[in-house]
Design a protein. Structure first.
Lengths: 361, 363
């Protein structure tokens, strides 16, 4: 008889090793899947985890791309993690990301084609505000009417997608685009372009902002009273209330911060790597960031590493498709396994396995 | 995976690494390596399926003189630029990017790899090493419209549109013009799905149209979900889109527009082999076989089938242009005078409905 017994306290050891264990299990089961597809499993795993960093032909290009891919994931996940810590479930970062991109891009395009060094900072502020405002909707509804922020924030993603489709065909459409939907490309508008800060590094302002957010969140959570309040609200809501922490303030703070970071991520993406507002501009960063936040144990440093790991599986997965002809869906399955095994192994943080007879109560 | 190595390599990459040059792309001892960027999965049964079929035909035709690679379900945007770059780095000599949204990424990557040739489907931006190609799908739509007009009993025709871009608007106009000619009482309702491939959304759209009385469903999306919805409803006819979708014949699928990229792809690969490849702008239709009309099934009466085939022949031979005046715009103003045919420039940027269509293009 195998049964689970609750640990008196979450195991620190298991908290630390479950992410590694999850990666290992993903490699094993994923390798099995690749083998069943008739592809060499070890080579596939090597291409996914090793080649983006060290392949002589690709690494020089794909290493910087890791940062490009990880930047928005980390930035959004940091914002989400604060809320998750406080038990506030913002599932709609994708919508806040879109709204940030629309507001920020709109700000930049309004000034086209003038050049002024203040245009880009203004876009960043507009982007963050756009995401913040979008996140304030579930926050206000929750505080005022007690609505469920999971549902409201998620539904607002679809509203944001509809708005994105609308502005790419109307408000922000490129007047020189021959009637095709999509805005002007920021790559051709240097004053508003979020290009690489150092050529060939992949570092753009968004990646820098992500690193700064990691440091900021780390300091907030370990050194600042608001960080303590956030953690207290999540771990012991009643105690938090007794010690005078206002739940409404925590809700506004967490959703607002998450929305602003997601919005900024959207702006950095639209003005940099993506280049333009298009109907399909959003590619799921807001949802993937939820995985990154949990993979990183809601810990800022953990999120930094998880974001880089996630980016690695994306880029490595693309290379594996290219080099081995693996189906695209198998790569998505592989990434899904990562979260699945993380959640599965997480059980051991709070429980331990007992083998033996059940004691009679 | 060790966290520390991961972090330190990431840090190292910040410090020093530069974009690899196109040195890898050239020199491939006799074989031509051809890459394909696909917007959907190769099993979509429609648009991507046909591009992939042409890829396989290349391998069959050229044997070991050609090597092909592909990447499927590549999102349009930042990810596309990386996917195309990696393909160029992997040594491809010729890369086909097969969706409109890859336009700017293709141009960007092409600028970094002057020795690699690029072919972008359905776009309008060219460069010395970027050619564009598309098919005159509206020619096939004319035949669909004719059959639809003859076959409908409720006089209501549903149209599942993807995005309001000129290609899709051309298709709606062409189908409407010819349905109206066959049956002056027809009405079109258009649903914009804002997707090229989303079986659930396409299925919902088809159901909504059928519930509103449509007994013919035309689609400009890539999955077979509308066919399945029509089959379920019964007495509703559909047309295969991009691919033959013959698994739904003879009912609900009564005919289809088939994108046949094979001759074009063979032609372009041959040009690269011969060193004669040049950037150009190709827009072919029924005449060259780039647009094929799938078999008209037994559900269509013989006389209608004969008319449809006659229409196909006259378009194919160039005797008839699907956009021939007199044609007015939706607002009643004159577009084409009696006997005038639409110039390609008008068609490429088409952004309005013709007279008689109701509703607005979301614009």
């Amino acid at each position: 008889m195998i049964r689970l017994e609750r640990r008196p306290q979450p195991s620190r050891l298991w908290t630390a090793i479950t992410p590694l264990l999850a990666v290992l299990l993903t490699m094993i089961v994923g390798g099995l899947m690749f083998a069943l597809l008739g592809k060499p499993p070890l080579e596939a795993i090597r291409i996914i985890f090793w080649d983006p960093l060290f392949h002589p032909q690709f690494a020089a290009y794909s290493r910087p791309q890791l940062l490009v891919k990880a930047g928005p994931l980390i930035l959004i996940a940091i914002g989400l993690s604060l809320g998750f810590r406080a038990g506030i479930w913002n599932i709609g970062a994708e919508g806040q990301y879109i709204m940030g991109a629309i507001c920020g891009a709109g700000m930049g395009l309004a000034f086209y084609p003038t050049t002024n060094p203040l245009i880009f900072p203004a876009m960043v502020i507009a982007g963050a505000l756009g995401g913040w405002a979008w996140a304030m909707i579930p926050a206000v509804l929750k505080v005022r009417f007690g609505t469920n922020e999971i549902l409201v924030s998620l539904m607002l993603v679809y509203v944001a997608e509809a708005l994105l489709a609308s502005v790419s065909q109307k408000l922000l459409r490129n007047p020189e685009g021959m009637g095709f939907p999509g805005s002007r490309n920021f790559q051709q508008y240097p004053a508003a372009h979020n290009g690489e800060l150092l050529p060939g590094t992949g570092m753009h302002w968004g990646v820098l902002a992500a690193f700064m957010a990691v440091i900021f969140a780390h300091v907030l959570l370990t050194r600042h009273i608001q960080g303590f309040n956030i953690r207290l609200t999540g771990e012991a809501p009643r105690a938090a209330r007794f010690s005078g922490v206002s739940p409404a303030r925590i809700i506004f703070l967490c959703l607002g911060f998450g929305g602003a970071l997601a919005g900024a991520a959207g702006l950095f993406e639209v003005s940099g790597p993506a280049g333009q507002i298009t109907i399909d501009f959003n590619s799921g960063y807001g949802f993937t960031a939820i995985i990154v936040a949990f993979l990183g144990r809601l810990n800022p440093i953990g999120i930094l590493l998880a974001g880089l790991l996630m980016a690695l599986t994306y880029i490595g997965g693309e290379l594996a498709q290219l080099m081995l002809g693996l189906p695209g869906a198998s790569i998505q399955l592989f990434q899904g396994m990562l979260l699945f095994f993380l959640l599965a192994t997480d059980v051991f943080t709070n429980f331990r396995i007992r083998i033996g007879k059940t004691e009679v109560a | 995976m060790n966290r520390r190595t991961l972090l330190s390599t990431a840090a190292a990459s910040i410090v020093g690494s530069t974009l690899a040059s196109s040195a890898f792309a050239a020199a491939h001892g006799g074989t031509v390596k051809v890459g394909f960027i696909f917007v959907g999965p190769i099993g979509d049964g429609g648009w991507t399926f046909e591009h992939n079929r042409a890829r396989l035909a290349l391998e069959e035709k050229f044997g070991d003189k050609v090597e092909t690679v592909y990447q499927e379900s590549v999102p349009e945007g930042a990810d596309a630029e990386r996917a195309i770059t990696q393909m160029a780095l992997s040594g491809c000599n010729l890369i086909f990017t097969t969706s409109f949204g890859y336009m700017d990424p293709t141009i960007n990557v092409a600028a970094k790899f002057p020795d690699v040739k690029f072919e972008h489907a359905t776009g309008f931006k060219r460069a010395d090493n970027v050619g564009v190609y598309s098919a005159r799908f509206y020619e096939g739509r004319a035949i669909q419209g004719h059959i639809a007009g003859k076959m409908t009993k409720t006089n209501k025709i549903g149209y599942i549109a993807s995005f309001p871009i000129p290609e899709v608007i051309r298709g709606i106009n062409s189908a409407y013009i010819h349905a109206k000619k066959a049956n002056p009482d027809v009405e079109f309702s258009v649903i914009w799905a804002y997707t090229w491939f989303d079986p659930a959304k396409e299925s919902d759209a088809a159901r909504a149209l059928i519930e509103n009385g449509a007994d013919v469903i035309l689609q400009h999306t890539d999955s077979t979900a509308p066919q399945a919805a029509a089959q379920e409803a019964g007495n509703v006819i559909t047309f295969g889109q991009a691919s033959d979708m013959s698994e739904y014949a003879p009912m609900p699928r009564v005919s289809s527009i088939i994108d046949n990229w094979t001759p074009y792809y063979i032609d372009r690969v041959q040009a690269v082999m011969d060193g004669t490849w040049q950037s150009d702008d190709t827009w072919n239709g029924i005449g060259t076989g780039m647009v094929g009309i799938g078999e008209i099934s037994s559900a269509v009466p013989e006389d209608v089938k004969a008319e449809a085939l006659a229409l196909k022949d006259s378009i194919g031979s160039g005797a008839y242009h699907p956009f021939t005046g007199p044609l007015n715009k939706q607002d009643g103003s004159v577009w084409l005078a009696e006997g005038e045919t639409a110039p390609d420039g008008d068609l490429l940027g088409l952004s309005f409905y013709v007279e008689g269509l109701t509703g607005d293009i979301p614009n």
